[in-house]
Design a protein around this ligand. Structure first.
Ligand code: ZN
Length: 111
């Protein structure tokens, strides 16, 4: 009998009182890797999808505990692409304001 996906997954997790530490493969950024559906998936994303809800490609998971080897869904917060865009808009707005300030400065110089 083949082990189920979650059995296979959680055999590679060391659950502590706080973080669930991934004990299998890691990528260069320190994120756990798990072979799922013929591809190399992020372990923390697999844990979230198994225990909480499916994720879209646009959703990124933020580690609230700052431990990239942790796969505890309680420590993971989905961050949507919309929020990323909102942050970029904020930066763009800031740049515009700085430009305005520079124009105002030039006006002060030439008048
Ligand atoms: Zn954690």
């Amino acid at each position: 009998m083949r082990a189920s996906l979650s059995e296979r997954f959680f055999s590679k997790v060391n659950k502590t009182d706080e973080c669930w530490v991934w004990v299998s493969c890691f990528d260069r950024k320190g994120y756990g890797r798990f072979w799922k559906d013929g591809r190399n998936a992020h372990a923390h994303r697999v844990a979230y999808e198994l225990l909480v809800a499916p994720l879209t490609r646009e959703q990124h998971l933020d580690h609230l505990c700052r431990n990239t080897s942790c796969v505890n869904p309680a420590h993971l917060e989905p961050v949507s692409l919309m929020e990323n865009v909102a942050r970029e808009d904020h930066l763009l707005g800031k740049r515009c304001r700085e430009k305005l300030t520079r124009q105002q400065l030039e006006q002060e110089i030439w008048t």
